[in-house]
Write a protein that binds this ligand. Structure first.
Ligand code: GLA
Length: 373
């Protein structure tokens, strides 16, 4: 055989492998059912680790910024905005033809203290806080008008018992701060989708409070497209039943559900939740898999992932997006939360950026489910 022919055959084999690989992603298998996204950090956006940047481009059709759009990093002082990272993040998503999600406009955490106080350090009046919210939301949403598909407008306004979190927003403006935030976001970009986002949405009292909020916002004429259920999960919590019930309640309230920060910690948990101010001390017993995960435990984790994923697929008429809160195990926040310095294995790609075996099962499962809309 001539060298040219051999080279051509090798090239064809190579190309067909690439295209076979390109077919087999969860994002492709869930297309038309829901978006499949990931939270990205600035190293990945900047291409410091090209393997990770390429993986994000290939495996996901939506991205959200892990940090750079939160109030503190983007607006550290009243008269100072940092656009560099957020601009690059949005351009990165556009380059990869991904749906770009904005996270988050109003949150009690990762927000400058200046937002709530005057020059003397005293709490500002309701009027001043409302005006600062307007300025912030108009400026951030306005800058990315038409480029960000949807915004987490308010993050984590409720406690797990369904009461309003006693945040500075709540203390100064009462629960209406949520309504104002949604109104301002809609004025700034009438075409952007708007979401309310929280953790432990599966907890009945909290879910009911969120349903009530959705009704109130709708009654006040506000746009709200979806509730973001963060989906920071453990091996036994939340149950499938509680998760399904929360999806049904939100569907009945007339909103979509986005699973916005999905991960399943494989480690023992000192508590359930994702309140980022809660920390516990390190002990070896709480960090059992430093040398690797035993096969039986890995199988249990795989099953947990598949069970949840199947629920999302079954309800793809209401579940509109599933986003993982880290590309791979080494970049997950769970290695340092709620205990610092542990080794967790909560997402779908391992520390070498290899897909876990469950990914192939998820693809097969997704192909079997029909589009419900
Ligand atoms: C919450 C926030 C996220 C992120 C995680 C921890 O869930 O919504 O932005 O900060 O905590 O990484």
């Amino acid at each position: 055989m001539k060298i040219k022919t051999i080279t051509a055959i090798i090239a064809i084999i190579f190309m067909s492998n690439i295209s076979a690989m390109a077919q087999k992603t969860i994002a492709k298998a869930t297309k038309g059912k829901f978006l499949f996204g990931v939270a990205v950090n600035m190293q990945q956006v900047n291409g410091n680790n090209p393997i990770e940047s390429e993986l994000i481009a290939r495996e996901f059709n939506s991205i959200v910024a892990e940090n750079c759009m939160k109030p503190q990093p983007i607006h550290p002082q009243e008269d100072k905005y940092n656009w560099e990272d957020a601009d690059k993040f949005v351009a990165f998503g556009e380059k990869n033809k991904q749906a770009v999600i904005g996270h988050c406009l109003m949150w009690h955490s990762q927000i400058g203290r200046w937002f709530f106080v005057d020059e003397e350090g005293k709490d500002v009046s309701p009027e001043v806080l409302k005006e600062r919210m307007r300025q912030h939301i108009y400026t951030v949403v306005g800058r990315y008008k038409g480029r960000v598909k949807g915004w987490d407008v308010v993050n984590e306004a409720f406690e797990d018992d369904g009461s309003y979190r006693n945040s500075k927003f709540y203390r100064i403006l009462g629960k209406d701060f949520i309504k104002y935030a949604f109104q301002f976001a809609h004025e700034a970009d009438p075409d952007a989708e708007l979401y309310y986002n929280d953790y432990n949405v599966e907890t009945p009292a909290k879910c009911d409070a969120i349903v009530e909020l959705v009704k109130e916002l709708k009654a006040a004429g506000c746009r709200i497209d979806a509730v973001g259920s963060q989906g920071h999960m453990h091996m036994d919590d939340p149950t499938l039943e509680a998760t399904e019930t929360s999806l049904m309640k939100l569907k009945a309230a007339g909103v979509k559900v986005h699973i916005t920060e999905w991960d399943i910690s494989i480690l023992p948990s000192p508590y359930s939740g994702a309140n980022i101010s809660t920390r516990f001390t390190y002990s070896k017993e709480m960090d059992p898999y430093r040398e690797g995960v035993p096969d039986s435990v890995q199988q249990e984790w795989n099953k947990r992932v598949l069970d949840m994923f199947e629920l999302f697929l079954k309800h793809n008429d209401v579940v509109d997006r599933v986003t993982l809160w880290a590309l791979n195990d080494s970049t997950s926040w769970l290695n340092n939360f709620p205990i610092r310095g542990r080794k967790d294995y909560p997402v779908l790609f391992d520390r070498n950026n290899q897909p876990k075996s469950v990914v192939a099962d998820m693809i097969m499962m997704a192909k079997k489910y029909k589009k419900k809309r």
